[in-house]
Design a protein around this ligand. Structure first.
Ligand SMILES: *[C@@H]1O[C@H](CO)[C@@H](O)[C@H](O)[C@H]1NC(C)=O
Ligand SMILES: *[C@@H]1O[C@H](CO)[C@@H](O)[C@H](O)[C@H]1NC(C)=O
Ligand SMILES: *[C@@H]1O[C@H](CO)[C@@H](O)[C@H](O)[C@H]1NC(C)=O
Ligand SMILES: *[C@@H]1O[C@H](CO)[C@@H](O)[C@H](O)[C@H]1NC(C)=O
Ligand SMILES: *[C@@H]1O[C@H](CO)[C@@H](O)[C@H](O)[C@H]1NC(C)=O
Ligand SMILES: *[C@@H]1O[C@H](CO)[C@@H](O)[C@H](O)[C@H]1NC(C)=O
Length: 550
């Protein structure tokens, strides 16, 4: 039934990531305006979709198709499936207090993830009653994804004239119930080859649990798939930093291992090969006050923006963070610090202050080489599928998110996703080739320049002269977090690291300032900057081999 891919495990895991990404994407997009950092880095560079494609005439044929929105009350929704010609569905709301028997449908087959697994049932839930009839053959099946901006779940149906139910145990929050009352639950008919992928998602769910069990799941995943070792550090696990020893431009690498951020960072790390999931940078003002500048700070409204936070406040939040962050401080090398133009760095930071997090270019920082293992268009199909589903659910965010970036690559304006795909094919390009056109640092989007957490820091470095003499020939939007900490610009003499950072005891080449486990940044501080750096680098688990000069 499921695909028989040539790299079964890898293919399967990549698919898991993509779907997890979609789930989170939708949860996040509606819940708090938008937190794309959770999401986009997870889209893999290479995704196989083995079953499909062989028979498709055009890439557009591979998209999941929206078949119905099932809303409470009113006439039943009806549609034609790939297997069953006559399908009907009605949605009944279950009042609060009475939780159902499980959101996952049948035993171990259907399933889903929502943004908050601990939500209470006081808002109630819902049941979709489905009828499937008039199958094309006795063995065929239809595979569906049920989605709201807050969740995604799936199930499949093989028998005719049956009354199926699909249960949503509890709404995420009042806004989800409101959304469903107005727009219904979107039903997408999926190409049936995706079944294996959906089934395997069950493995990922514990990564998002904000418990000791969830943390163990994250550590186990990283150990197994990235070969990370989690060795306990010597005490103290939290450093008392001395401000005099910290300077403008010093880099902060964060790794969260628990709860929803932990789960996403885990998948992000695995896809990009980075052993850290977020980054920030120190700036000192003329009065010696220490600030942390970062892209991806969550403000009170829940938007992710570029901000500058006084160190004490930032550190206080880190200590309270229930995602159990491990934090490393990577001091600049004294020679680099000597040419670091502090006032240019401040000017840059001030010019970006308050701008939104850079979701436009996120995806493109790692999709930059053509797939080696899978012929186009297979490897980008899933990316396309996700874009298409998201476009349906969150048209506004979707167009912000990638349509603008894809239009820039084509030199077109305002084409929607279908228009983009059609135009790409008309030019004889595959969708994958379109995705691999490099981002340019000087592209400006409708909401300004786009910088991810690491692109923000590296752009600041660029402004401050860190990359001289290659300043003009380095496109920092091509860099992942891993690419950033591999740059040979950091302190390389362990004896010069400040005493409070305890590096000698743990034999680390940098300062770790928080966390119970030793952070491991393979190939830290090894690659001198060069022109056109990282514009053609693959990143394939589990070794993440990086060809020299890519
Ligand atoms: C689900 O599992 C339970 C216990 O394992 C079993 O009693 C029940 O019949 C199963 N239901 C279906 C629909 O397979
Ligand atoms: C999950 O939902 C519960 C109850 O609605 C809420 O108290 C909690 O803060 C939510 N957690 C997250 C991580 O959103
Ligand atoms: C499905 O439900 C309808 C009523 O809603 C009932 O008449 C029919 O017998 C049910 N079919 C099966 C197979 O249980
Ligand atoms: C530095 O201190 C002076 C005097 O207290 C103050 O006027 C100035 O605004 C301070 N600069 C910054 C960047 O906070
Ligand atoms: C540092 O940057 C500022 C502002 O961009 C500029 O005026 C100054 O000349 C630069 N200093 C050096 C030494 O390059
Ligand atoms: C490292 O720094 C110490 C103290 O500044 C110095 O004595 C030593 O020579 C340095 N080692 C290297 C390899 O540069």
């Amino acid at each position: 039934m499921a695909a028989a891919p040539s790299h079964p495990r890898r293919g399967r895991l990549l698919l898991i990531v993509v779907v997890a990404l979609l789930l989170r994407a939708m949860a996040v997009a509606a819940a708090a305006a938008f937190r794309a950092r959770d999401v986009l880095p997870l889209l893999p560079r290479r995704v196989a979709w083995q079953l499909m494609g062989a028979t498709a005439h055009s890439a557009v044929d591979l998209l999941p198709s929206f078949v119905a929105a099932v809303a409470p009350g009113g006439a039943p929704a009806a549609w034609r499936g790939a297997c069953f010609a006559d399908n009907q569905a009605v949605l009944s709301l279950i009042p609060g207090g009475g939780a159902g028997s499980g959101a996952a449908g049948r035993n171990g087959t259907g399933g889903g993830i929502s943004g908050n697994t601990s939500s209470s049932s006081s808002l109630g839930g819902a049941v979709i009653h489905l009828k499937t009839a008039s199958p094309e053959s006795w063995t065929c099946m239809d595979l569906y994804v049920f989605a709201t901006p807050y969740r995604i779940a799936w199930d499949y149906y093989m028998r005719s004239n049956e009354n199926h139910t699909f249960e949503i145990k509890a709404w995420e929050e009042a806004a989800e119930l409101e959304y469903v009352k107005q727009h219904g639950i979107a039903v997408f008919l999926m190409p049936s080859g995706m079944l294996g992928m959906l089934l395997s998602l069950v493995d990922v769910i514990p990564l998002f649990s904000n418990t000791g069990w969830g943390q163990d799941a994250n550590l186990a995943f990283l150990k197994k798939h990235m070969g990370t070792s989690f060795q306990k550090r010597s005490q103290p696990w939290s450093a008392n930093i001395r401000r005099e020893d910290v300077h403008s431009g010093d880099f902060l690498a964060l790794s969260k291992i628990r709860g929803r951020w932990g789960g996403f960072q885990t998948l992000e790390k695995w896809v990009t090969g980075a052993f850290a999931g977020h980054t920030a940078v120190f700036l000192k003002d003329e009065n010696g006050t220490l600030w942390v500048a970062e892209s991806g700070y969550e403000n009170k409204k829940g938007d992710e923006i570029i901000s500058m936070t006084p160190w004490d406040e930032w550190w206080g939040m880190a200590l309270k963070d229930d995602s159990n962050p491990q934090i490393a401080l990577l001091p600049l090398h004294p020679d680099v610090r000597a040419r670091f133009n502090e006032s240019a760095a401040w000017n840059f930071a001030r010019s970006m202050y308050g701008k939104p997090y850079g979701y436009h270019n996120m995806i493109f920082s790692w999709i930059d080489t053509m797939s080696e293992n899978y012929p186009p268009p297979l490897d980008s199909n899933l990316v396309m599928a996700i874009m298409s589903m998201w476009t349906r659910l969150q048209p506004h965010y979707a167009s912000n998110m990638w349509n603008e970036a894809l239009n820039k690559r084509l030199g077109t304006e305002k084409l929607d996703l279908h228009g983009i795909i059609t135009e790409t094919e008309r030019r004889g390009l595959s969708f994958n080739q379109l995705l691999t056109i490099p981002e340019r640092d000087d592209w400006e989007y409708s909401d300004g320049k786009s910088t991810t957490c690491v692109a923000f820091i590296l752009s600041m470095y660029k402004a401050a002269g860190v990359f001289a003499p290659f300043t003009e020939s380095i496109q920092v939007t091509e860099f992942t977090i891993r690419d950033a900490y591999m740059l040979k610009i950091f302190e390389d003499n362990q004896t010069r690291l400040p005493g409070w950072c305890n590096a000698a005891a743990d034999m680390l080449p940098f300062c770790q300032i928080l966390g119970e486990y030793k952070m491991d940044l393979p190939e830290y501080n090894t690659i001198e900057p060069y022109a056109n750096m990282n514009e053609n680098c693959p990143s394939a688990p589990p070794t993440y081999n990086r060809p020299a000069g890519c």
